[in-house]
Write a protein that binds this ligand. Structure first.
Ligand code: BTN
Length: 323
């Protein structure tokens, strides 16, 4: 792919100013067009100093996901062995979906440096700045009924939690159903989307976002009270995205194979051990109602079991918990 001509000039002059006038002459376009292109580069993770009479100074380029390094860490039979890497896409979920008619197989990995319309659970959007996080999707083709999808969601959370605990040493916990938290703040998101026919799953696209090297200012202000990154939690230490993703692929493949051979029960036990939701009184916000009770466990389909004051147990299949 040819390099953007503006970027090529700015990189030649890295750490020195080059005026808007010089750039517009070199690229035969207006200074407004230059400013628009600079803004686009800033969105893609490039950092500039802009000073009225001096022009623009490129001071930082985004970290790029290094596929060779990822492959050198990868220890799996299928997961992540075929990859599609893009600088930018609307959502890795959509990109993966478009690969299915062309024969994408189980374990296929799609990773993007940034997403323009990353999406989360319950119709929310997912903030995915360039070069800072892991925004990716993995294709699964399990031969299980559609109602088992929530088991796969919990399995994904367990695999991610085990991987991140091992890679960072942090005490990461799972909030039902599948948010991973450090000190009460969200570090990753998981979104499973499926295609099914006659109640049987054909494909599952597991979409995962991990806030790896984001700084506080990389998050929108409204997320500051509820979201964090590995870097923030580690007092500004940077983590290798390639190593984390390779380790996750290994953990994911291993747990997925355990699930296919031995069922949900071993996954359920691991989930319960890592959960921060259990053994306390919780409220679950659903679309039209709020359920509450003492969280005693999950059932074989991943529903949260809430004990009521009279001893009755109610099952909660979806929603957002307050802890
Ligand atoms: C959530 O917590 O609400 C789930 C967030 C899932 C975000 C990931 S990022 C990669 C993949 N592509 C998307 O558009 N969403 C998922």
């Amino acid at each position: 792919m040819n390099k953007d001509p503006l970027l090529a000039i700015l990189e030649q002059h890295k750490d020195e100013y080059i005026s808007g006038e010089q750039l517009s002459v070199a690229l035969s376009c207006s200074r407004t067009a230059i400013w628009k292109k600079i803004r686009k580069l800033m969105k893609a993770g490039y950092h500039f100093e802009a000073t009225p009479r001096l022009g623009y100074k490129l001071i930082g380029v985004p970290d790029r996901f290094d596929m060779l390094q990822f492959v050198s860490h990868l220890r799996t039979a299928r997961f992540g062995n075929r990859q599609t890497y893009v600088e930018e896409t609307s959502s890795t979920q959509d990109l993966m979906r478009s690969l299915i008619p062309n024969g994408a197989m189980e374990g296929r990995l799609v990773i993007a440096e940034t997403q323009t319309s990353g999406r989360g659970r319950l119709g929310r959007s997912w903030h995915s700045p360039a070069g800072k996080g892991l925004w990716f999707s993995v294709l699964l083709q399990p031969t299980v009924p559609l109602r088992a999808i929530s088991q796969l969601t919990l399995l994904t959370a367990v695999a991610l939690c085990r991987c991140l605990r091992a890679e960072t040493g942090f005490n990461i916990g799972i909030k039902w159903p599948n948010d991973l938290l450090i000190d009460g703040k969200k570090i990753c998101g998981i979104l499973l989307e499926s295609m099914a026919e006659d109640e049987r799953i054909q494909f599952v696209i597991a979409g995962i976002g991990v806030s790896v090297n984001l700084k506080k200012e990389d998050f929108p202000v409204d997320l500051h009270p509820i979201a964090t990154s590995l870097r923030i939690a580690a007092n500004d230490r940077l983590f290798s995205r390639e190593k984390i993703l390779a380790s996750f692929m290994h953990e994911y493949e291993t747990l997925y194979d355990t699930y296919l051979h031995n069922g949900f029960s071993p996954i359920q036990q691991l989930w319960e051990q890592m959960s921060v939701t259990l053994n306390q009184y919780v409220r679950v916000q659903q679309l039209n109602q709020t359920l509450e009770g003492f969280a005693v466990g999950i059932d074989e389909f991943g529903a949260l079991l809430l004990r009521q004051a009279n001893g009755d147990i109610i099952r909660c299949y979806s929603g957002d918990t307050d802890r």
